[in-house]
Design a protein around this ligand. Structure first.
Ligand code: NDP
Ligand code: 8X3
Length: 250
């Protein structure tokens, strides 16, 4: 039987690549994001391969998030796979000069938004006693780097929530995984640096991970046999050894 996956942050980067990867494997898709035009164009393309439904909501808005997921048509209501991917870094500043709006955005989207979406999806999984939740963490959830303070805290929280979910949902046979990428060339740095041209240099001089590389790892995790759970994965590009060590050409 075909599975249904709900992917947050499906309008760009890792989420969009995962939607393409899942469509290739015939997984039904609920694609979420705020940019309606992008949702429409992705739906148009992927509908040729699988069934697609789109939901437009901001994960920061608790009511809208719960309402949107509750509004799913019958055919898309049973979510087998939840990819909690929506998120970004906002700013790269030392703690003493950090921007409060940036801090709010990272905690509200990366942590609270992930919780709101999970709250809406988990009851169906516990009732059916099956499901797979994949939280997109980061190498920043395992290692704090200079000026990363609040972003790293938000991703450390994602890892703690992942472990908590795995423990609490264990009696229901629900798999919970964290996939933690290092540097991935997406719109991430454009968002982090607010369109500033600093973003142009982040992926220069080495081959960063591509969104498709991460999507393949995510699909690998969801396609394991029922008794196998890929609990936690750290994925770097070859040039990256840690958050601060990246081998670049001159
Ligand atoms: P992108 O900026 O390319 O994609 C971010 C996605 O999140 C977009 O689809 C965006 O959709 C969605 N999103 C952002 N804010 C909200 C919001 N308030 N409500 C709903 N959706 C939102 O970045 P990536 O693909 O790189 O990032 C995806 C995930 O991967 C994030 O959690 C990020 O922290 C993580 N990650 C990224 C790494 C990297 O180096 N790129 C490395 C490690 C982890 P829209 O704007 O349409 O709402
Ligand atoms: C994104 C990777 O190193 O920019 O989570 O924090 S990093």
């Amino acid at each position: 039987m075909k599975k249904t996956a709900l992917i947050t942050g499906a309008t760009s980067g890792i989420g969009r690549a995962t939607a393409h990867e899942f469509a290739k494997h015939g997984i039904n898709l609920v694609l979420c994001g705020r940019r309606q035009k992008r949702l429409d164009s992705i739906e148009k393309v992927l509908s040729k391969q699988t069934h697609v439904h789109t939901l437009n909501f901001d994960v920061r808005d608790r009511e809208k998030t719960l309402e949107a997921i509750a509004s799913l048509p019958k055919d898309f209501q049973d979510i087998d796979i939840l990819i909690n991917n929506a998120g970004n870094a906002h700013g790269l500043d030392p703690i003493q000069t950090g921007n409060l709006d940036d801090w709010d955005a990272m905690m509200d989207i990366n942590v609270k938004g992930l919780l709101y979406v999970s709250k809406a999806v988990i009851p169906g999984m516990t009732e059916r006693q099956s499901g797979h939740i994949i939280n997109i963490g980061s190498s920043a959830g395992k290692e704090v780097y200079p000026k990363g303070n609040v972003y790293c805290a938000s991703k450390h929280a994602v890892l703690a929530i992942t472990e908590g979910m795995r423990i609490d949902l264990n009696p229901f046979g629900i798999k919970v995984s964290a996939i933690n990428p290092g540097l991935v060339e997406t719109e991430f740095s454009e968002v982090r640096f607010k369109g500033d041209n600093v973003a142009d240099n982040v992926y220069k001089g080495y081959k960063a991970l591509q969104a498709e590389d991460v999507a393949e790892v995510i699909h690998f995790a969801v396609s394991r046999p029922a008794h196998v759970n890929i609990a936690d994965v750290l994925v770097f590009c070859t040039a990256q050894a840690s958050s601060t060590i990246v081998k670049k050409s001159q």
